[in-house]
Design a protein. Structure first.
Length: 333
């Protein structure tokens, strides 16, 4: 009980911090200047923000505990040693290198999990995250429990069992809060040339548009380079994302309704979201507007292009492993 109370207080502190930081940014450099700081669905998103403290923390502990027990055959001394320092060789690497490694591995896995959730079979779980018609930092936590458990708890448990130092996971908490809040924030920021490496607010806002505008692209949570490598990078040069939401307008606007939404209508519709890029969509439904979309769909540049080589070597440097993970992004929007 005390653990849950303490987790709730920690979440409240981060919630307050994110509210201040991202509200100030939304006023200074808004992507949508007329969007209010408190939206119609902000209260609902607040529930999703506090859900992990109550629901997922015990589940996460149980999964890690079960994994460790199985890996060590119940040997308490070995489990205690692992909890203290992780596993060699990964845990013996410098912390900044572990941070980079963790990001590279977990982002790769999460890219593919996220892409799978956009497929017809799992889309209804993920539609909860995509249903808001206005997007800001609060949407960062809005995930159906099934989506959250697979994308975050499962991947987090896997990373812990791989042997990364437990200290690293304490560092990841502020990073995750701030980074996922930032990419959802109502902020007109693309990270300039670093947009091919890191997910920016504009990058992720494109992901929240309808499937015929970019909603089936930009899957990486942090490293946009995976979208670039796997051909799902989408940031048109002369356009900004405008409308958000899902193609089928049937996602309930209340918490309980959203929990049951994926189960109540089991026949999976052939959603437009199912594995179609804006370009493919435009080709399948030819119209004047879609021709424009196809023309704007920026193809993922080849790895050998100058854009790839012009990525500053320092992008991966220890600036990312420090205490202020947002410091590398200093370029203008
Ligand atoms: Zn998505
Ligand atoms: Zn999102």
């Amino acid at each position: 009980m005390m653990e849950i109370l303490s987790a709730l207080l920690t979440t409240a502190a981060w919630f307050g911090m994110c509210m201040i930081v991202f509200s100030v940014l939304a006023v200074l450099i808004p992507l949508h200047p007329r969007q209010p700081l408190w939206r119609r669905e902000s209260f609902l998103d607040t529930i999703y923000w506090f859900l992990p403290s109550v629901l997922y923390a015990p589940l996460s502990l149980a999964m890690v505990g079960a994994g460790l027990y199985l890996m060590h055959g119940g040997d308490e001394q070995r489990i205690a040693a692992f909890v203290k320092q992780g596993y060699a060789p990964i845990a013996t690497l410098p912390l900044w290198l572990q941070f980079v490694l963790l990001l590279v591995i977990s982002d790769f896995i999460q890219y593919w999990i996220h892409r799978s959730f956009h497929g017809a079979a799992f889309w209804k779980f993920h539609a909860i995250h995509h249903s808001p018609k206005e997007v800001d930092w609060m949407v960062a936590a809005r995930f159906h429990p099934v989506n959250f458990i697979v994308s975050s708890i499962f991947v987090g448990t896997l990373m812990i069992l791989l042997g990364f130092s437990p200290v690293l996971f304490a560092m990841m908490v502020p990073f995750n809060y701030l980074y996922s809040g930032l990419v959802h924030a109502n902020v007109k920021w693309s990270f300039g040339p670093l947009k091919y490496v890191f997910a920016s607010p504009i990058f992720h806002h494109w992901h929240h548009t309808m499937s015929d505008q970019g909603g089936n692209m930009n899957f990486a949570p942090t490293l946009a380079i995976y979208d670039w490598l796997f051909g799902t990078f989408y940031m048109p040069k002369d356009k900004l994302p405008e409308q958000y939401g899902v193609d089928s307008d049937d996602v309930p606007e209340d918490f309980v309704g959203q929990l049951f939404y994926p189960f109540l209508n089991p026949q999976v519709q052939e959603e437009l979201h199912a594995a179609r890029t804006p370009k493919e969509y435009a080709e399948s439904v030819p119209s004047q507007e879609n021709a424009v979309i196809a023309a704007h769909a920026e193809p993922a540049p080849a790895v050998s292009e100058t854009k790839a080589t012009s990525i500053p070597a320092g992008a991966w440097s220890d600036t990312n492993a420090g205490n202020t993970p947002s410091t590398p992004y200093v370029d203008a929007p």
